[in-house]
Design a protein around this ligand. Sequence first.
Ligand code: T5A
Ligand code: NA
Length: 213
Amino acid sequence: NVVTSKVCRGALIVMEGCDRSGKTTQAKLLKKTLDDAGKPTDFMCFPDRSTQIGGIINNYLKCGTELEDHAIHLLFSANRWELLPKIKMTLAKGTNIVIDRYAFSGVVFSAAKEGMSLEWCKKSDTGLPKPDLVLYLDVSEKDVQKRGQFGAERYEKEEFQKRVRANYELLKDDTWRIIDASLSIDKLQEVIKEEALKVINKTKDEKIPELWV
Ligand code: T5A
Ligand code: NA
């Protein structure tokens, strides 16, 4: 008799927060921390600038091209949908994924623009896999400024970031953990690791729920 043990799906963990809150630093560290703890984990990020759609987004962010607000919003969404097969496959084989930004970034940035409603912005990402955990790196404007000047990318302006922060408040649910991102890089990673292990060790429905449905 051959006993086949069912593979438990991986956890989907998302890092969110305002620009320069430390997302990329923590997301990459978390991938390594979890691998080292014997919990195989992949790192992904959005926008994924390596695809064709990602190339258009990159050019837009670097202010090389102008695109109508709805059109660029849909491209950010399409960039997530084009990676859906990879996300599904990875989770199904039992590997966790840490993603640096996701649909929440998609909504809060687009909806910070005039004439773009939060509800309209949520539509194009509706039905994507719902993360098991959203780690929201919360850092005050003051502390962010201590990390040096904002770069030259399109959204890195104070007024805009204020609206982004306010929009994040409207998306939080019980899968979110608000993390004080003013801590040192190491201290922050300790807190984040603990939260991640909690969801990884929890029994999850085999079928991953859908976002905003
Ligand atoms: N966007 C994105 C949309 O409009 N729609 C979408 O759908 C998506 C997905 C690019 C832009 O695209 C927008 C949002 C963005 O404006 P990006 O490529 O993720 O998105 O942006 P980046 O510029 O790469 O990243 P951020 O500016 O958001 O920075 P991070 O990742 O939050 O911060 P990180 O880790 O790079 O650290 C920033 C600096 O702080 C230091 C680091 O060394 C670094 O110098 N630092 C710390 N200093 C002190 N204490 C700590 N704990 C620190 N952690 C990091
Ligand atoms: Na980043």
